[in-house]
Design a protein around this ligand. Structure first.
Ligand code: NAD
Length: 349
């Protein structure tokens, strides 16, 4: 196994790992440990090339610094990416090799579940590393974070509806959902319970069909989701999908979803703002997942109450962001970044 430190401006520590024996290749990016050990999930995707994987790790780890600070957690920002197709390339040996990478960082980085990973995979990684959360078993095991992530996104959608439509009642509201995996499916369930009408898509046709049938949703092709007429669009798949191509085609009043790094660039926040589309910053909307994971890292005994309080705090933060953005001519994303920068500056002082 080769673990090589690489230089990445703006990041504290980044390593590339390459294990020819198991086919493991990828990156751990530690953006900041200012507030505590860096925490963020590991994602496995068939990236086209290593530069794309590195870029994802860098962007996602910075996002984790912001997400953890916004959720008021004593954790910094980090993220790992593994290059490969989770359905074909993921083996116990590869996962355990990744565990050795995590262990080599000696607690500087805590890993957990992200796209392409399951709690069972976390157990394989945990066989070789102490700094693994999202485990199914163990004293402080927090399991699959996605139901709590979805709960936080659902709260964010209601707050967004309150600001956009002057009512947080979702009954009869049309919500389009992109990505029906761990998070998207739980979110659909919560929205369906509230009487929202769902329009859904997934690149996995079987999953799309299953979810559509379960919740009486209208199903559209993956590329068609951007032009769907809806009240709220909830991206719950990959990042970068709010960009100069997709934003002009959106026919929604608001965007509030769980995917990380939904904006391709900061300019896209302004683009949405100028189109009058209210955007709920993703790193606040999807903070429930890391809150759940944090109970394991921080060894919280009264887990349910602690998670409940943090979800309420996230809701208040979202409310504050959207209120401030409503009063100022800046986008909610810019307001959210400002709030986090203030937290980091105050902590450094
Ligand atoms: P997942 O892998 O379980 O599900 C992702 C789903 O999106 C899959 O069904 C996949 O087929 C689909 N998908 C991928 N590309 C797509 C596309 N272009 N169009 C439509 N569908 C597409 O992942 P997840 O855990 O549900 O996470 C979803 C998003 O939420 C990711 O961005 C992740 O980083 C973010 N997130 C997840 C958690 C969590 O608790 N799992 C926490 C915070 C943020």
């Amino acid at each position: 196994m080769e673990i090589t430190a690489i230089d990445a401006p703006g990041h504290e520590h980044v390593v590339e790992f390459n294990d020819t024996a198991t086919g493991l290749f990828g990156y751990v990016a530690i953006h900041s440990t200012q507030l505590g050990p860096a925490a963020g999930g590991v994602r496995m995707r068939p990236y086209a090339h290593s530069a794309e994987a590195l870029d994802d790790a860098l962007r996602l780890s910075r996002g984790m610094t912001f997400k953890n600070a916004a959720a008021d957690l004593p954790l910094g920002g980090g993220k790992a990416v593994i290059v490969g197709d989770p359905s074909a390339d993921k083996t116990p040996a590869l996962l355990q090799a990744f565990g050795r990478v995590v262990q080599s960082l000696d607690g500087l980085y805590w890993t957990a579940e992200d796209m392409g990973m399951t709690p069972a995979d976390m157990a394989q990684i945990g066989a070789k590393a102490d700094f693994v959360a999202g485990l199914a078993d163990g004293a402080f095991a927090s399991g699959d974070p996605s139901p709590i992530t979805a709960r936080g996104i659902y709260n964010a959608i209601r707050i967004t509806a309150k600001h956009r439509f002057e009512s947080d009642d979702l009954s009869g509201r049309v919500v389009s959902v992109q990505g029906l995996g761990h998070v998207g499916e739980h979110l659909c369930s919560l929205l369906h319970q509230d009487g929202a009408q769902l329009v859904v898509t997934d690149i996995d046709p079987q999953q799309a069909a299953t979810v559509a049938e379960k919740f009486g949703a209208r199903r559209v092709a993956p590329d068609a989701i951007y032009a769907v007429e809806a009240d709220i669009f909830a991206p719950c798949a990959i990042g970068g999908i709010l960009n100069e191509t997709t934003i002009p085609s959106l026919k929604v009043a608001a965007v509030a979803g769980g995917a990380n790094n939904q904006l391709a660039t900061d300019a896209d926040a302004q683009r949405l703002h100028e189109r009058g589309i209210l955007y709920a910053p993703d790193f606040v909307a999807n903070g429930g997942g890391i809150v759940n994971v944090a109970t394991e890292i921080l060894q919280i005994s009264d887990r349910q109450a602690w998670v409940g309080q943090r979800l309420e705090a996230l809701e208040r933060t979202m409310d504050r962001i959207l209120t401030r953005a409503g009063h100022e001519t800046v986008s909610p994303h810019a307001v959210a970044e400002q709030i986090v920068q203030d937290v980091l500056r105050a902590q450094a002082a």
